[in-house]
Ligand binder design. Structure first.
Ligand SMILES: *Cc1c(COP(=O)(O)O)cnc(C)c1O
Length: 403
C-alpha cells in the first residue's frame, strides 16, 4: 500500500472563511432585505488599469502572429521585466539587486509556500501570532516535527510587533506591512531582526506584498534597505495588492547572490542556485502576456495609475480609522496598510463580535482568532470595498448602540 505525506494530517482544517460564509448565508436567508457590507475581503475590487490592459491586448496580438509568437520563456522571467524590476523597485531606492537575483513567478503565495523545498526539514522556524496562515501550513507540511514551529506572540502590549526569539531559531517569517494587523516595522526595528539573523546564521523570509501601501517615512519598503540583509534574507513581492493582479497572477522573489549557507559537509551553497534549480525543475515560467502586463506597471503612466489604485484603498483605510477612533475604539494599522485591526470594544470573543456586527450593523469582518490565538479579542476590517460602501458601513457603526 502506498503512503501519503502524513504531515498533511497535522494541518488544522481551515474553517475561517467557510465559517464566515456560512454565517453570512444563514443571516441573509432569514433577513433577505439586509444590505450587507463586506469589509472582510482580502481581495481587491477595482479593475486593472488602462496601461496594463493595453499591454495585455498588445501581447495577445503578438501571440497571434508567427513572427512574434512566444512559447516557453526563460524560467526566471523575461529580461524586459527583470530589468524593469531591478531598476524601479531597487536601484531607484539605492539598492543594488541585479536581474539574476530576481525570479518572476505566478504569485507570492506560491513562492512563500514553495520556498520550504530548498530548506532543511530540521530547522526551527519562527512565525508571528497572529499570522498569514500560509507560513504555518507550508511548514507543517515540510518540518520533521511540528514542535520546530515557534510562535512569536504579537499583542497590544508590544504594539503587535514580535520580540526577538528567546531561543535560537533558524528561519524567521516577517510580513511588513502586516496582514492581518496592518502594523509596520520601522527601519531600526527591522535592523534588529537582520542583526539577529546575521549573528545566529538564520534566514529571514520577508513578505513585502503590501509595500506599496507605505505612506510614512522611515518605514523600509524592502528589507534590503537594511545593511547586511542581502546575506540573510529572501524577499517576496507581489503585483496582487498594488496593481490589482489577484486574478492575473504575477509576483517575484529576490534571492541575493550573497545569501550563502554551509552544507553539512562544509561546502558553501548559494540559495540563489538552489532556488533557480527548484524553479527550473518544477515551474515553467509566468505567461508572456502576464509579464508584459507587469512591465506596463513600471511605465510613467502605469506608475501613476497604480498609485491611484493604492490611494483609492487608502482613502477607505482613513475613513475606517477615523470613524472607529471617533467611536472611541482602539485601532491599529490602516496608515501604511489596507488593513485595520481593532480591539473588539465590548468583548474578548472575536466571533461574538463578528455575530453582533453582522446582525446589528449588517457588516462582515474577520475575527482575529482566525489568524491565531493572539488574535483573539481583535478584529480585521479591510479597505478593499468601494468608497460608498465603506462610508456607509462607518455611518452604521457610528450610529450603533452596542448592547
Ligand atoms: C495577498 C498576500 C500575498 C500575495 O499573494 P499572491 O499569491 O501574490 O496573490 C502575499 N502575502 C500576503 C501576506 C498576502 O496577504
Amino acid at each position: 500500500m502506498f503512503s501519503v505525506n502524513e504531515n498533511f494530517l497535522l494541518l488544522n482544517e481551515s474553517y475561517l472563511f467557510s465559517t464566515i460564509s456560512k454565517k453570512v448565508a444563514q443571516f441573509t436567508a432569514t433577513h433577505p432585505d439586509a444590505n450587507i457590507i463586506r469589509l472582510g475581503i482580502g481581495d481587491v475590487t477595482q479593475p486593472l488599469t488602462p496601461s496594463v490592459i493595453s499591454a495585455i491586448h498588445k501581447a495577445v496580438d503578438e501571440m497571434a502572429v508567427k513572427e512574434t509568437f512566444r512559447g516557453y520563456g526563460p524560467e526566471q522571467g523575461y529580461d524586459f521585466l527583470l530589468e524593469a524590476i531591478a531598476e524601479n523597485d531597487f536601484k531607484a531606492f539605492g539598492i543594488d539587486i541585479s536581474p539574476s537575483e530576481i525570479f518572476v513567478s505566478d504569485g507570492a503565495k506560491s513562492d512563500v509556500g514553495n520556498i520550504v523545498d530548498i530548506l532543511g526539514r530540521n530547522n526551527k522556524v519562527a512565525v508571528t501570532d497572529p499570522v498569514y496562515p500560509v507560513y504555518v501550513d507550508t511548514n507543517l507540511m515540510n518540518l520533521a516535527d511540528r514542535d520546530q514551529l515557534i510562535m512569536l506572540p504579537c499583542t497590544a502590549e508590544n504594539d503587535f510587533l514580535p520580540q526577538l526569539p528567546s531561543e535560537k531559531v533558524d528561519v524567521i517569517y516577517l510580513c511588513y506591512p502586516n496582514n492581518p494587523t496592518g502594523t509596520v516595522m520601522k527601519k531600526e526595528e527591522l535592523k534588529r531582526w537582520v542583526d539577529y539573523a546575521l549573528e545566529n546564521q538564520s534566514l529571514i523570509l520577508f513578505d513585502a506584498a503590501y509595500e506599496a501601501y507605505i505612506t510614512e517615512k522611515d518605514i523600509p519598503h524592502s528589507i534590503y534597505e537594511i545593511e547586511g540583509a542581502q546575506m540573510c534574507a529572501i524577499e517576496f513581492r507581489s503585483y496582487s495588492k498594488n496593481a490589482g493582479f489577484t486574478g492575473v497572477r504575477c509576483s517575484y522573489t529576490v534571492v541575493p547572490e550573497a545569501l550563502k549557507v554551509k552544507s553539512s559537509n562544509g561546502i558553501e551553497i548559494k540559495l540563489n542556485r538552489l532556488w533557480f534549480r527548484r524553479q527550473s525543475t518544477k515551474f515553467n515560467g509566468t505567461a508572456y502576456i502576464v509579464q508584459r502586463a507587469a512591465e506596463a506597471i513600471y511605465s510613467s503612466e502605469g506608475k501613476k495609475e497604480i498609485r491611484g489604485l493604492v490611494d483609492y484603498y487608502m482613502e477607505n483605510a482613513k475613513t475606517i480609522r477615523e470613524a472607529l477612533t471617533q467611536k472611541g475604539w482602539t485601532v491599529f494599522g490602516g496608515t501604511n496598510s489596507p488593513y485595520i485591526w481593532l480591539k473588539c470594544p465590548n468583548t474578548d470573543d472575536s466571533w461574538q463580535f463578528f455575530d453582533q456586527l453582522l446582525t446589528e450593523c449588517h457588516i462582515v469582518g474577520t475575527p482575529g482568532q482566525g489568524f491565531g490565538a493572539c488574535g483573539e479579542g481583535f478584529f480585521r476590517l479591510t479597505a478593499f470595498n468601494t468608497h460608498e460602501k465603506t462610508r456607509e458601513a462607518m455611518e452604521r457603526i457610528l450610529a450603533w448602540n452596542i448592547g
